[in-house]
Design a protein around this ligand. Structure first.
Ligand code: ADP
Length: 585
């Protein structure tokens, strides 16, 4: 929010204060107007109007604010500042840059009543026009570019609410975001700075059926439960099961152009880790810093609850802005449960009728409105862009039957269920292959067939079947022991063990294993399948299962993940497995 160009309307008076919720009288306001509350001018938003009483959620700590103090209405909705400078920046939930705030207050603790524009209004950027005098432009069109970071070229767009017209002036040079870079014949002036109300989706054309995967570089995700570019996924899991590591792996390795990472309501020290770690991380795609294509929104549990409610909207609006430039954006929200808890707290202060487990009745609607803003879009300027949304869910006690998990499940198409037992056994990523699913699998198959291997769906299905069979056999093993099983079933268990250990497990902290390209994901699978096929041939020829599983080459399967020169390694391994098994009969 820039205070400079807001229209100040009539003032009101505070009537009551209840935590983040303040009521005012005599305030001439509309729903979602931004207001400044109390003598300190704390930022708030109108969330309810009933007769004389206006209810406001305040984005800052309200202790000490008292009835009788003034409320000033800006007459404007809560907006996000958009323009170059969004990337490589860390914001709080209402898009105040944390470093600017800290400088202003000279302390690490956020003080109150401090406002700061979301982007630097004075910094000059090198603008290169892509239009010239006489060209006609419409809303959403690209009029020029700015090198925003070493990685990302920022496209300067005609704001979506402009009419458009003929270009009468367009100049290259150094400009700050408030200066006009392109003028139209109808008097419209295009600047690099735009604002957009956070609670409203930016206009776009049709959503298309996504057909391209958002590659994660994680075998269990790309291999078994792929997400599409423009898709939605949830990662539910109890504490310590790997939600944060999984989200950060996506931020680092997924093949999105832009990453928006929302740290929502997690404990301060966890968020501090993210804030400290991210700026240090290199971008594996380019070697540049990862932050050069990332915006971080940090709203820790010790920051005001209302700002937590707004942080996901701030994040998704920024994501839409880069989508409009034609980029593939990945948005991570960690954790949507904390966001829902913020809604619950505000709702209870409003004394609304509680729904399930005290969450407001509109929980499901809010969640779906948020995930709705994901998709693979035809942009209004004719380009295509996507927003993939991945939300972590932290159900209390890891119980997936609670309302946030259940409502999220109804919306998202990809479900990566983290499992405390697997995490305890140090099986990482602890994505449970029985409970997880992806509804994108079939629609993404053609991409994998064209880009990896024609038999990708068959080989994957073989893996799924083998793991299913293992699941059933394990139940019997628990009762009667492994040795009581027929030999072919014992062999299946052995094959499945390699699937789990060499394929599904992946160490995020190993230099090589941390990222696995789809070719490698596929080849590991075919190596295990080679063992499977040759081993069953040997078994049929009468070789005892102990001899089959004792061949010297076999343990090498578990070291595939860490091989850099994996093709040569696997070629040799397949040959050795085949030769050693055939020697047995
Ligand atoms: P959560 O966010 O669910 O509380 P974390 O993401 O912090 O859990 O993960 C807890 C721990 O589990 C990590 O510190 C790490 O040691 C381990 N871990 C999680 N995922 C992986 C992974 N893919 N590879 C290796 N270790 C992992």
């Amino acid at each position: 929010m820039s205070q400079a160009d807001t229209i100040v309307r009539e003032d009101g008076i505070i009537d009551s204060v209840s935590g983040p919720v303040v009521t005012a009288v005599d305030l001439d306001a509309r729903m979602n107007d931004v207001v400044y509350v109390g003598d300190e001018g704390l930022m708030g938003e109108v969330i309810e109007i009933e007769g004389e009483i206006t209810t406001i959620q305040v984005y800052e700590e309200t202790s000490g604010v008292a009835p009788g103090e003034p409320v000033e209405n800006t007459g404007e909705p809560l907006t996000v500042d958009l323009g170059p400078g969004l990337l490589d920046t860390i914001y709080d939930g209402v898009q105040r840059p944390l470093d600017v705030l800290q400088e202003k207050m000279n302390s690490a603790f956020l003080d109150r009543g401090v406002d700061a524009p979301g982007i630097d209004l004075e910094k000059e950027w090198e603008f290169t026009p892509e239009v010239e005098e006489g060209d006609t432009v419409e809303a959403g069109d690209v009029v020029g570019t700015v090198p925003e970071t070493v990685t990302i070229e920022h496209k300067v767009l005609v704001p979506p609410d402009y009419e458009g017209g003929e270009v009468v002036a367009a100049e290259s040079g150094e400009f700050n975001v408030e200066e006009t870079v392109v003028e139209l014949d109808n008097g419209e002036e295009i600047r690099m700075h735009q604002e957009w109300p956070v609670r409203e989706a930016r206009p776009a054309g049709d959503k298309k059926t996504p057909t391209e995967p958002l590659l994660t570089g994680q075998r269990v995700q790309d291999g078994l439960f792929p997400i599409a570019k423009g898709g939605t996924a949830a990662i539910p899991g109890p504490f310590g099961s790997g939600k944060t590591v999984t989200q950060q792996q996506l931020a680092k390795w997924s093949d999105a152009d832009i990453v928006v990472y929302i740290g929502c309501g997690e404990r301060g020290n966890e968020m501090t880790e993210v804030i400290e770690d991210f700026p240090e991380l290199p971008d594996p795609q380019t070697g540049n810093p990862l932050m050069a294509r990332t915006t971080l929104i940090a709203n820790t549990s010790n920051m005001p609850v209302a700002a937590r409610e707004s942080c996901v909207y701030t994040g998704i609006t920024i994501a839409e802005y880069y989508r409009d430039m034609g980029y593939d954006v990945a948005l991570m929200a960690d954790s949507t449960s904390r966001w829902a808890e913020a809604m619950r707290e505000i709702s209870s202060r409003l004394e609304e009728m509680p729904g399930e487990e005290g969450y407001p009745a509109y929980l499901a609607a809010r969640l779906s409105q948020f995930y709705e803003r994901a998709g693979y879009f035809d942009n209004i300027n004719g380009t295509e862009g996507s927003i993939s949304v991945v939300g972590a869910v932290s159900p209390p006690g890891g119980d997936f039957s609670e309302p946030v998990t259940q409502n999220t499940l109804r919306i998202v198409k990809c479900f990566w269920a983290l499992d405390a037992d697997l995490a305890e056994r140090r099986h990482f990523p602890s994505i449970n292959w029985n409970e997880s699913y992806s509804l994108y699998r079939e629609q993404l198959d053609p991409w994998f067939e064209d880009n990896v291997s024609e038999d990708w769906p068959e080989v994957r299905q073989w893996a799924v079947d083998t793991l299913d069979e293992e699941g059933e056999l394990q139940e019997i093993v628990q009762l009667v022991g492994k040795d009581a099983l027929p030999e072919d079933q014992q062999l299946t268990l052995e094959v499945a063990r390699y699937l789990r250990e060499a394929w599904l497990q992946q160490n995020a902290f190993h230099d090589v294993d941390t990222y696995c390209e789809p070719d490698k994901t596929y080849l590991i699978l075919t190596t295990i399948k080679t063992f499977n096929d040759e081993a069953f041939d040997a078994l049929e020829a009468g070789v005892p299962v102990e001899e089959i599983t004792a061949i010297e080459a076999l343990p090498r399967i578990n070291r595939i993940g860490v091989q850099e020169d994996y093709e040569a390694y696997m070629d040799e391994l397949k040959d050795d497995i085949t030769a050693q098994l055939r020697e047995l009969y």
